[in-house]
Design a binder for this molecule. Structure first.
Ligand SMILES: Nc1nc2c(ncn2[C@@H]2O[C@H](COP(=O)(O)OP(=O)(O)OP(=O)(O)O)[C@@H](O)[C@H]2O)c(=O)[nH]1
Ligand SMILES: [Mg+2]
Length: 216
């Protein structure tokens, strides 16, 4: 019997999901990694992660996506959660204005705990509930532009823009590290042996744990 070695990727990118409780982080994760959605999912306790491997510009990229509780009382982790993360999806619920107001707080947390070069995307989730909208798409887009973030409205329920959100983050990360690699090569060409090491992720794939819908 042949075993597929789980090392068949060129890059491993750690991405963190953050945002208030109930905005749909766990369902975004399960939609992206297993194409599943759960209407009655429970609040996440602790930290989980799931992975999905994709092609980005001809390279095999494994996205390792970490999910944790939005609820303050479960959040005793922070620095370990953000360590090694090269991307972040900050999620709010388009029907709950407060979750959008709190995005500032999540960005501050990223600034305090994550790498300063982390790629950040803002996602307004539950776009299927347009009739209950509390945040105009235009306002969120303006805010994202001001903060230098990319932005999409998503629906984990209807599988709308979830793929696109992760693809955008992965492509942005890939382009940044490709540019760094090129710059390092050029520096090498001038001063041999002075290249820069590029760290794209520090966790190995045997960490691979599946998040479980409706049981967490
Ligand atoms: N209508 C709609 N409901 C959604 C969507 N995404 C998630 N939900 C629902 O919103 C509720 C909360 O979703 P979760 O994914 O558990 O939210 P979370 O952000 O992980 O919450 P915490 O783990 O507490 O931080 C669940 O009842 C989901 O079914 C969506 O795109 N549309
Ligand atoms: Mg959750």
């Amino acid at each position: 019997m042949a075993y597929k070695v789980d090392h068949e990727y060129d890059y491993l990118f750690k991405i963190v999901l953050i945002g208030d409780s109930g905005v749909g982080k766990s369902n975004i994760l399960s939609r992206f990694t297993r194409n599943e959605f759960c209407l009655e999912s429970k609040s996440t306790i602790g930290v989980e992660f799931a992975t999905r491997t994709q092609q980005v510009e001809g390279k095999t990229v494994k996205a390792q996506i970490w999910d944790t509780a939005g609820q303050e009382r479960y959040r005793a982790i922070t620095s370990a959660y953000y360590r090694g993360a090269v991307g972040a999806l900050v999620v709010y619920d388009i029907t709950k204005r407060q979750t959008f107001e709190n995005v500032q707080r999540w960005l501050r947390e990223l600034r305090d705990h994550a790498d300063s070069n982390i790629v950040i995307m803002l996602a307004g989730n539950k776009s299927d509930l347009n009739h209950l909208r509390g945040v105009a798409e235009h306002d969120a887009r303006l805010f994202a532009e001001k903060e230098g973030l990319s932005f999409l409205e998503t629906s984990a329920l209807e599988a709308l823009n979830v793929e696109k959100a992760f693809q955008t983050i992965l492509l942005d990360i890939y382009q940044i590290i490709s540019r760094k690699a090129l710059a390092a090569q050029e520096a090498d060409a001038v001063v041999p042996g002075q290249g820069t090491a590029i760290k794209v992720g520090e966790y190995s794939s045997n960490f691979n744990k599946r998040a479980t819908c409706c049981s967490n």
